[in-house]
Ligand binder design. Structure first.
Ligand code: NAD
Length: 358
């Protein structure tokens, strides 16, 4: 039995989470396992009910669980609160910090049935697009000290710092991920200019030589990587990179797929404990209408099975069921273009179509 802290949050969070829970129930049946899901408030709803975006009892439930399945938080109602009390800053960032979630995993996939929603011309994605970006999440220039604006405000300083340990632990995750895929890691750095990148490249190469020489490893400068992502994205399998480069490249890559509602993410710590969430937000413009795309939430649950519970077959089963659902023409509004053979469905119907195919 696995214990899952389920934090749906605000806006479409609750609507898409319902579908992910339905999928987990189907997986329980099929794989003869049990997920003990404990629900708790987080974000705006927690502010309304308890006066804080991350109540102590919610944190306790997370601490007592094997993984966190997170929806999304925030919305116009809470936008005027002081920054530290706002839903995202007051809940998501403390959760990442509390559990030391140092690696952010973001799969980026364009499904053949959904080629029309890719922002590139067909000829650039003829070989398909299926990338996983591994971004270091707790180090680098976002956290390095010192960090300040001078008293006379004439200059400012940020510090980029990485230790061998920080680089090694994320590189390991990248190589392990590649072993489950097409066995290619592209490590992205700026080793022609930055000393942190020189060390990054050395550590990644050493680890590869000693433990992962079955994987194809190549190194790429970040400026080239950003260009290659729009020129020939099919060349990538696993992209491994530091915090700031990953922040920028993962948004660039995500937009190749066309809809925010399609993309899941996982943030993990060293023990494999993870927080799994869609990359998009609470979509206030469509919240409450029952029309949101539940794919990102359902695929986040699949990532939870893969990374925290080592249930690779069940994870693949969910991903294949989604692909089949798309192939059979089912579309939520955000990915519906009126093409022949496609049918527009709501959140609930789309979730049910996936479940039928598991
Ligand atoms: P958003 O991702 O909520 O919405 C951007 C656009 O994408 C909207 O048009 C929305 O309808 C669409 N969209 C997003 N997810 C969708 C889905 N599953 N199905 C169909 N369409 C979808 O971004 P935003 O509008 O900038 O932010 C809204 C709120 O969400 C803000 O309060 C923001 O702070 C919060 N937010 C939370 C998280 C998080 O919890 N991790 C992330 C991003 C934004």
């Amino acid at each position: 039995m696995y214990k899952v802290a389920v934090l749906p949050g605000d806006g479409i969070g609750t609507e898409v989470m319902d579908q992910a829970i339905k999928v987990l129930k189907r997986i329980e049946e099929k794989y003869n396992t049990k997920f003990h899901c404990e629900f708790s408030d987080v974000g705006g709803i927690a502010i309304d009910n308890y006066g804080t975006p991350l109540p102590d009892h919610t944190l306790k439930i997370c601490e007592n669980s094997d993984a966190i399945l997170f929806g999304s938080v925030g919305g116009p109602k809470w936008e005027n609160l002081p920054p530290a009390q706002q839903p995202e800053r007051g809940a998501l960032l403390p959760l990442r910090k509390h559990f030391n979630l140092f690696v952010n995993i973001r799969p980026v996939k364009v499904y053949p049935a959904l080629k029309e929603s890719c922002s590139l011309k067909d000829k650039f994605i003829e070989d398909g697009l299926d990338i996983v970006i591994l971004r270091e999440l707790t180090g680098g220039i976002y956290f390095g000290q010192p960090k300040y604006v001078s008293e006379d405000r004439k200059y400012a300083v940020d510090t980029m710092k990485y230790s061998v340990e920080e680089i090694t632990r994320i590189a390991k995750v990248a190589f392990e991920t590649a072993r489950l895929r097409r066995r290619t890691v592209t490590s992205v750095d700026k080793a022609n200019v930055l000393m942190t990148s020189v060390l990054w490249r050395e550590v990644v190469t050493e680890l590869w030589k000693n433990e992962y020489s079955d994987i194809n490893l190549n190194h790429m400068y970040v400026d080239n990587a950003s260009m290659q992502l729009v020129r020939n994205p099919s060349q990538f399998d696993v992209i491994l990179t530091e915090n700031m480069f990953g922040d920028i490249l993962s948004d660039e890559a995500a937009m190749l797929t066309g809809s925010l509602g399609m993309l899941p993410s996982a943030s993990l710590n060293e023990k494999g404990f993870g927080l799994y969430e869609p990359i998009g937000g609470t979509a206030p413009d469509i919240a409450g209408k029952g029309i949101a795309n539940p794919t990102a939430q359902i695929l986040s649950a699949a990532l939870m099975l893969r990374y925290s519970f080592k249930m690779e077959e069940a994870a693949k089963n969910i991903e294949n069921a989604l692909e089949e659902t798309l192939k059979n023409g089912f579309r939520t509004g955000d990915i519906y273009y009126g093409d022949e053979g496609t049918i527009k469905v709501n959140t609930e119907e789309f979730g049910s179509e996936i479940i039928k195919r598991i």
